[in-house]
Every structure is written in structure tokens, then in C-alpha cells.
Design a protein around this ligand. Structure first.
Ligand SMILES: Nc1ncnc2c1ncn2[C@@H]1O[C@H](COP(=O)(O)OP(=O)(O)OP(=O)(O)O)[C@@H](O)[C@H]1O
Ligand SMILES: [Ca+2]
Length: 891
């Protein structure tokens, strides 16, 4: 018999699972050995060796190797070996950079791996999905992705979207009864749930019958998800730039070689110089360093609780101009406590803090017994019944498992002395209609001991008022006429004005038995019982974060399903709501076109009582206005807006799998302040990339120009090929890496957001690269000419001086690259990595010049101390000459 044909008990027996306790840890271990991990086999990863060799397939490296071969054939063994060594070192550096980038991306994948809710050793626990084994009992709810093949045991309005398997995008509604029609397809197995499919509504529980490759998903081999690493816009631009530079460098090389040969240099030397120059001119290390820069930034973001799922988001973050944030849990703490009750025209106050179920009830400052008041009792008890939350006590600390709103209702009932288990004995739950953010309510149907049935509905008060035909007042049902409507509305408003989140409770007798009801039949003609108002304090750090964003030119918009007045009150507390800002509610949004919304959207700071579906409209309107939008979300219905936003952000704690999968960024702590940190980091990463692009390109320009000038002036070559290669590797590589670790400049959060289309050379970068590069080249040439004049018979000495000048000029220039303003605007020794990199580059340069075994290889001659004056002066010139203009401008 197949699993879908069996009764739950039969399945449990067949697969040997105790439905009361789940699997034991020892049993799990055994089954893991038998069935393996619950994962789809991914493609083979590139081995370390392969990665190492892939470093040498670069075009320029091949040219270099060709040059080595020619040197070898011509008998220039020293040259050949030295070039080989440098190529090897270059490859090694590239290898380590790529390994590091890959490792941190792997770590990211690990962090965003899905979890499953499993019943083991008699307890519900959350584990990584990959640890599931056949026989495990798992549960899931709206927004979850099913992590194994499952035979369903319990469902509550469960609907699952199975398009990943069947191509059918309309969700299938699920039940648990056995199916006996012989041969059926996956789409018709309504009592099964399959790995990779998505719960769009309701909740369910089931027993795992297949894991890993032994699932319906595992059988479609080509479905295996290959994780694509997208390139960021900047990476793409740099790649294009790289291509242009290759052409430019090759042309220049050709020019240098031709001019050189015409002037009587021998062909071999000119060939080698040309190749070295081309190698030096092409920033082939740039893409790798950019990747490392990005991944270092990504790691810093993880430390700040932000996980980047799509690398391009790192850059887009720096461009964000609007953050649309959920209220509950992101701006506020999502720690709810009921403080006010309202029923029969009376307001009550509840004392106590947090989730500790200790507190008293007061009316007009006088303590009362809630048990004495029939209607208060109903309000509290029904709030507990229509409720999935559980209160958990760890030592002295109380916390909620489930929805905090429901947790607050549960605790309020417990303060009055009621016990949920006892209540469930009195009222049997027959049917349930789960909460969703569009209906904004939840209902259950219960049967009491006398066999009478009635529905209990709890939800947003404005919605419930509309659905009520009567209201309970001192035990009597009164028809909801206009005055009553006003009374109820005033009661809601007065709670909302105190920034309280309000929940209304209503009920209705049910006379139909024997068949399942539809929610539309139940959630109407209700009798209103009363209100519960709960506080949800703002997160303390959010107010400052919002202000910081404001200074950075980023507007914060609150989007909430909560009541307009509650939203306004919180918005005021947090500084989101400005005196002249607009508030829009879901009803208004519903009737607006995107175009109409565009007209006003820039003035709206609070959207209240919205459904998740409205978020997409808001994103679109803002984007049409030219904004780069960051949008948060957690539920299934938030996914389209998260996807459409420039930066989709999902909640790590309350977020569903679906929301996380659509997002570019996941907040581990659900905290708004983390978005701010991520944006700050995003800006910083971009600035750091600018820094080393600037450094590397200016260095390359300097190297090319010094050679080119010398050619034009009919001078001998100021640098020999091996020296150029050395500069390219050591002087350029290490400090550039260190720039990737630089701290943000003080004003990084005081600038306006960067324009997303901004080019690589925007904001004066192009000018800085050319001018500094030009000066570095000129200064090096001057040092060379002066020295050559003094020692016309010692070309190698003049070349050594030129080499030292070039290296030093770059190592001084690197400090200038740390600031968008001037080298003087920051403490030059503020980045210890950079200081370390520069010092080691200097030491390596000295070794090449003064350590005898290296002298024949690099053709260097020890420089006499006096000449260092010239070198240092010339090397400082490029940086300080133009930095001087900083003071001129500042005045
Ligand atoms: N578990 C629940 N049962 C019944 N009604 C609820 C429940 N949770 C929330 N509500 C009601 O539905 C409204 C909308 O809730 P929803 O979760 O969509 O938004 P929110 O959490 O208040 O705001 P945000 O979108 O900022 O997270 C709430 O204001 C509340 O009145
Ligand atoms: Ca919500």
C-alpha cells in the first residue's frame, strides 16, 4: 500500500514513529546513517587545485608566460625564473583572494539555510531542514517551504502551491483522508505535501516519508537549484572598463615597442618592456579585489545582524533613498502586553509587565475581580480560546511561543486566573479560520458541554465593528445603530491614541452541524463583546536610527496593518511623522491608481491599515518617482513587494521562508536599526571600492606614463621589465587590499544617497586618477633624469632610484585615496592594515635594493643615503601638490 492510501495510524506503524513522542535522538542517528542527509545533491565544487590553476588562464598572464618562454629560449634564465616567480606569486594572491570570497559566500548560504519545525523526544524544536529523517513529525504554516515529502496528519485550512513540481500555480487545498484511486499524479495527492512546495494558507502537521534525493523533487534531476552569484553593477562596469583598458594598454605597448626599436633599443628588451608594461597597465587584479572588498563588507554586515542574500544588494544599499518599514517588530519590540480592556461602555486597566502572568484589574482606579463580570470574563476567555500562543517559562523568564499579539491576550486571561487547558475542556474546537493580514481577523467554532456551538472571532476592531449586527451590553444584545457605532469607534480611538494596538472580540451562535462551514458564512452578523488594548513599545535604538537616515537623505516610511491612530501615535514617538506629512490608509490606497498615488506618495510618511498587497503599489509609485526603495516584509503576501523593491528585506525571526527567498537582505534581529547599519555599511563598501579603484588606476597611469615620457624624450628606459612587474604585484596589491578594510569616513552618513547610475569615475574620481597618475609618472621621471645626469655611466643606478621613487610615490598616494576630501582630513594612520601593508611594501622594496642576492635579479644598485632626499621629495610631490588645493578651497 502507498502512503497516500493509508490511515495515519497505519503510516506511523509502517514507518515506525511514535505519534505521541516523535523520534528519539538515537533513532534519528540510526536513520541518518541509513537515509543520509535531507539535501539535494549539489554540483561538484571546484577543487582548490583547479581554482589555483584557473588563476593562470587570464590573457595577460598567458602573454607573460609566453614572454618567459621566449626569455628562456634566448638564454635569459634569470629573467625567465624571476618572471615565473612573480607570475606564481600573483596567481597565489589571486587564489587566496578568491578562496576568501568563496568561503564567506558559503558561510552566507549556511546562515540562510531553511529550518524545519520538528517533534522529537516529545518536544517541538527548530532544526536545519537538512537534519530531517523519514519518520520525523513536522509542522508548518503559511509562508513555509515544505522541507521533505510528507504525509499529512492534521490540517487547518491548509493550501499549498506546488508549481515547483506540477507547474500549477493555483494552490491546492489539502486534507488528510486516504485516497484509494490507484494511479494518481502528484497534483492529485491532496493528503501529501512535497519538498520544495510552499504553504500559502493555513497550517498543517505531517510525517516525513521521503528525504533528500528520495523525494519527488529529488527525482527531477534538472530541477537542482544552482545558486547563481550575480555580478554587482559596479563589477559589470569594471569588467567593461577592464576590456577597454586592455585595448588601450595593448596599443600603448605597441607604441612603446615601436618607438623604442626606432630609437635603437634592441627588440628583445623592447618586447619584454612592452609586455611588462601591458601587464602593469591592465588592472587584472581589480575584479578579484572588488570581490574581496564586497565579501569583506558582507562579513561586516553579518556581524551587524544583516545577511546579504544577493551580492548586488550591497551596492544598491548605498543608493537607498526611502526605507519602507513594517511597524510591528521592526520599529517596535513586538513584546505586547494588554493594559486596557473595554466592554459594556466601561474601560478597565490591567497591571503587570511583559509576559509574566501576574497583574490585577482596575476600574476607575479601584481593583476589581474580573470573574464577577460575565462580559469581561467572556472577553478574556474568548481571547484565550481563539489563540495559538503558548506561554513558556525558562527559569524566572517568561516568553511566548507564537504570535505576540495572541501571547498578550493569553497572558491577560491568565492574570484573571483562567487556564487555557481547562477552557479547552469546556469548549471543544470544531473548526478554525486562521488569521491573515488581509482579513485582519481569525475565527474558531467551538462546542460547549451542552453541545451548543458558536463562533468566536477576534481581529482588527474597525473590521469587526463593520461585521457586527449587535453588541453585548450588560448581558443584553443591542442592535448596532448609528449611536452605538459611534460609541464603539470612540472607544477604539481612545485606546489607539495611547499608541495601543487594539483587538476586538465578537461571537455568534452557530446552528449548522454536520458540515464544515466557510469563513464568509461565519465572519458576519456577529455580536461585539469588547476590546483589548495592548502596548508594544518602540525599540529604543530606532528613533536615533531614523534621524541618522534622515541626515543621510533617506526617508523612513512606516507601513503597518495596524490602526491609523495607533500608527500615528507611534509614528510621532519615533519622529517618522513630521508636522506636514500625510497619512494614508488601506481603504484610500485601494481606490487609488499607481499614478494617483505617485502624486502624493513623497509626502506620505505613514501608511496604516494596509494589506500586504498594497505594498507593491507603494513600491511602484516610489520607484516611478525615481526613488531607490528598501522594503521590509515577513509574510507570504509580502513577497511580491519584496521582490519588486530595489532592496527587498525580510525578517529573520518572524519572516516566512517565502519572504526570505524573495529578499536581498535578511535582518537576523528584525530590527530597523540593522537596516540603517546595513545601508551605512553598503555606502562604506562602495567608498572603499572607489578608494582602491582610484589607487590602482592612478598607479597604473603613473607606470605607463613614466615609460611613455621616457620614450618620447628619447631617454633610456627608466624601469626594467622585472621592476615593473614587481611594482605591479607588491606595491599595488597589498595596500589595495588594506583599503578594502578601511573604516568609513566620518561623513558617510551625512551625504545624499548615491545615484544608482553613477559611473566608476563620478565625483571627480577620473580627474584624481589622471592628475595623480600624471604627477607620479612625472616625479619618477624627474628623479630618473636628475640621477642619470649625475651618473651618466650608471644607468642601473638611475633606474634603481626611479624604481624607489615610483614605489614610494604610490605608497604615499595610497593615504590620499582614503578620503573623498583630502589626505589632511583624516588621521593617516587610522587604518592599521594599511600602515602594515605600506610598511611591508617599503621593507620589501629595501630588500630588493639592498639585499645582495636580489640585486642581479632586479638589476638594482644600493642607493646612497643622500639620494633618498631626492627620492622622498619627488615621491611626496604628487600627493601633496594637489592636496594643497584643499586648504585653498576650504578658506
Ligand atoms: N493573531 C491575530 N488575530 C486576530 N487579529 C489580529 C492578529 N494579529 C493582528 N491582528 C489584527 O490585524 C491587524 C493587522 O495585523 P498585521 O499583522 O497585518 O499588521 P501589524 O502586525 O499590525 O503591522 P505590521 O504590518 O507593521 O507588522 C492588527 O492591527 C490587529 O488588529
Ligand atoms: Ca505584519
Amino acid at each position: 500500500m502507498k502512503f497516500h492510501e493509508m490511515q495515519p495510524q497505519e503510516i506511523a506503524k509502517a514507518i515506525q514513529t511514535d505519534l505521541q513522542a516523535g523520534l528519539s535522538s538515537s533513532e534519528v542517528k540510526k536513520r541518518r546513517e541509513q537515509f543520509g542527509w535531507n539535501e539535494l545533491e549539489a554540483e561538484e565544487k571546484q577543487s582548490a587545485l583547479l581554482l589555483f590553476f584557473s588563476q593562470f588562464k587570464d590573457f595577460m598572464v598567458l602573454v607573460l608566460l609566453g614572454a618567459t618562454l621566449i626569455s628562456g629560449l634566448l638564454g635569459e634564465y634569470v629573467d625567465a625564473i624571476a618572471i615565473m616567480a612573480i607570475v606564481f606569486l600573483n596567481g597565489l594572491l589571486g587564489f587566496f583572494q578568491e578562496r576568501k570570497a568563496e568561503k564567506s559566500l558559503d558561510a552566507l548560504k549556511e546562515l540562510s539555510a531553511p529550518n524545519a519545525n520538528v517533534f522529537r523526544d516529545g518536544k517541538w524544536v527548530k532544526i536545519p531542514s537538512k537534519e530531517l529523517v523519514p519518520g520525523d513529525l513536522i509542522r508548518f504554516a503559511s509562508g513555509d517551504r515544505i522541507s521533505a515529502d510528507v504525509r499529512l496528519l492534521e490540517v487547518s485550512s491548509l493550501e499549498i502551491e506546488e508549481s515547483a513540481l506540477t507547474g500549477e500555480s493555483v494552490p491546492t487545498s489539502k486534507d488528510i483522508s486516504p485516497i484509494h484511486e490507484g494511479n494518481i499524479g502528484i497534483g492529485d495527492m491532496t493528503n501529501m505535501a512535497f519538498m520544495g512546495t510552499m504553504v500559502t494558507r493555513g497550517s498543517g502537521k505531517g510525517i516525513v516519508i521521503g528525504t533528500g534525493m528520495k523525494t519527488a523533487m529529488g527525482q527531477i534531476a534538472d530541477m537542482l537549484q544552482s545558486t547563481e552569484t550575480l555580478m554587482t553593477p559596479l563589477q559589470r562596469r569594471l569588467e567593461q572598463l577592464g576590456k577597454i583598458l586592455i585595448v588601450v594598454a595593448l596599443l600603448l605597448t605597441l607604441l612603446v615597442v615601436i618607438v623604442g626599436v626606432i630609437q635603437g633599443n634592441d627588440l628583445y628588451t623592447m618586447f619584454l618592456s612592452g609586455v611588462s608594461l601591458a601587464v602593469a597597465a591592465i588592472p587584472e587584479g581589480l575584479p578579484a579585489i572588488v570581490t574581496v572588498g564586497l565579501s569583506l563588507g558582507v562579513q561586516r554586515m553579518i556581524k551587524k545582524n544583516a545577511i546579504v542574500r544577493k551580492l548586488p544588494a550591497v551596492e544598491t544599499l548605498g543608493c537607498a533613498s526611502v526605507i519602507c518599514s513594517d511597524k510591528t517588530g521592526t520599529l517596535t519590540q513586538n513584546k505586547m502586553t494588554v493594559t486596557h480592556l473595554w466592554t459594556s461602555n466601561q474601560q478597565y486597566h490591567v497591571s503587570g509587565q511583559g509576559y509574566e502572568p501576574v497583574g490585577s484589574f482596575y476600574r476607575n482606579e479601584k481593583k476589581i475581580q474580573p470573574d464577577q463580570n460575565e462580559q469581561l470574563k467572556m472577553l478574556l476567555q474568548f481571547g484565550m480560546l481563539c489563540n495559538h500562543a503558548e506561554l513558556i517559562q525558562d527559569k524566572q523568564h517568561f516568553r511566548i511561543d507564537g504570535d505576540p499579539t495572541e501571547g498578550a491576550l493569553l497572558v491577560a486571561g491568565m492574570k484573571a486566573g483562567y487556564n487555557k487547558v481547562k477552557l479547552l475542556n469546556e469548549f471543544k474546537i470544531i473548526q478554525e479560520f486562521p488569521f491573515d493580514s488581509t482579513r485582519k481577523m481569525m475565527s474558531i467554532i467551538v462546542e460547549n458541554r451542552k453541545g451548543e456551538r458558536f463562533a468566536i472571532t477576534k481581529g482588527a476592531p474597525d473590521v469587526l465593528i463593520g461585521l457586527s449586527e449587535s453588541v453585548l451590553s450588560d448581558g443584553v444584545k443591542q442592535y448596532v445603530n448609528l449611536p452605538w457605532r459611534k460609541t464603539l469607534q470612540t472607544a477604539v480611538d481612545s485606546l489607539a491614541e495611547q499608541a495601543l494596538r487594539t483587538i476586538a472580540i465578537a461571537y455568534k451562535p452557530i446552528h449548522t452541524k454536520g458540515r464544515m462551514l466557510h469563513e464568509a458564512e461565519v465572519e458576519k452578523e456577529l455580536t461585539f463583546i469588547g476590546l483589548q488594548g495592548m502596548i508594544d513599545p518602540p525599540r529604543p535604538e530606532v528613533k536615533d536610527a531614523i534621524l541618522e537616515c534622515k541626515n543621510a537623505g533617506i526617508k523612513t516610511v512606516m507601513i503597518t496593518g495596524d490602526h491609523v491612530i495607533t500608527a500615528k501615535a507611534i509614528g510621532k514617538q519615533l519622529g517618522i511623522l513630521q508636522p506636514n506629512s500625510l497619512v494614508l490608509d488601506g481603504a484610500a490606497l485601494q481606490s487609488m491608481t499607481v499614478e494617483a498615488l505617485e502624486e502624493v506618495v513623497e509626502d506620505v510618511n505613514v501608511f496604516a491599515r494596509v494589506s500586504p498587497e498594497h505594498k507593491l503599489k507603494i513600491v511602484k509609485a516610489l520607484q516611478n518617482k525615481g526613488h531607490i526603495v528598501a522594503m521590509t516584509g515577513d509574510g507570504v503576501n509580502d513577497a511580491p513587494a519584496i521582490k519588486a523593491a530595489d532592496i527587498g528585506i525580510a525578517m529573520g525571526i518572524t519572516g516566512t521562508d517565502v519572504a526570505k527567498e524573495s529578499s536581498a537582505l535578511v535582518l537576523l534581529d528584525d530590527n530597523f536599526a540593522t537596516i540603517k547599519s546595513a545601508i551605512q555599511e553598503g555606502r562604506n563598501i562602495y567608498e572603499n571600492i572607489r578608494k582602491f579603484v582610484r589607487y590602482l588606476l592612478a598607479s597604473n597611469v603613473g607606470e605607463i606614463l613614466v615609460m611613455l615620457f621616457a620614450m618620447i624624450l628619447a631617454l633610456p628606459l627608466p624601469l626594467i621589465p622585472i621592476q615593473i612587474l614587481w611594482v605591479n604585484l607588491v606595491t599595488d596589491g597589498l595596500p589595495a587590499m588594506a583599503l578594502g578594510l578601511d573604516q568609513p569616513e566620518g561623513d558617510v552618513m551625512k551625504r545624499k544617497p548615491r545615484h544608482p547610475k553613477e559611473g566608476v569615475f563620478a565625483r571627480g574620481l577620473g580627474w584624481k586618477v589622471i592628475s595623480r597618475g600624471f604627477l607620479i609618472g612625472a616625479a619618477t621621471l624627474i628623479a630618473f633624469i636628475v640621477t642619470y645626469h649625475q651618473h651618466p655611466d650608471q644607468l642601473a643606478y638611475a633606474q634603481t632610484v626611479a624604481f624607489a621613487t615610483l614605489v614610494l610615490a604610490q605608497l604615499i598616494h595610497v593615504f590620499d585615496c582614503r578620503s573623498e576630501h583630502s589626505i589632511f582630513s583624516r588621521n593617516p594612520f587610522g587604518n592599521p592594515y594599511l600602515v602594515g601593508a605600506v610598511l611591508s611594501s617599503i621593507v620589501l622594496m629595501l630588500v630588493v635594493i639592498y639585499f645582495p642576492p636580489f640585486q642581479p635579479i632586479f638589476d638594482t644598485i644600493p642607493i646612497i643615503p643622500f639620494d633618498w632626499l631626492l627620492i622622498v621629495a619627488m615621491a611626496s610631490l604628487p600627493t601633496f601638490l594637489l592636496a594643497g588645493s584643499f586648504f585653498v578651497r576650504k578658506k
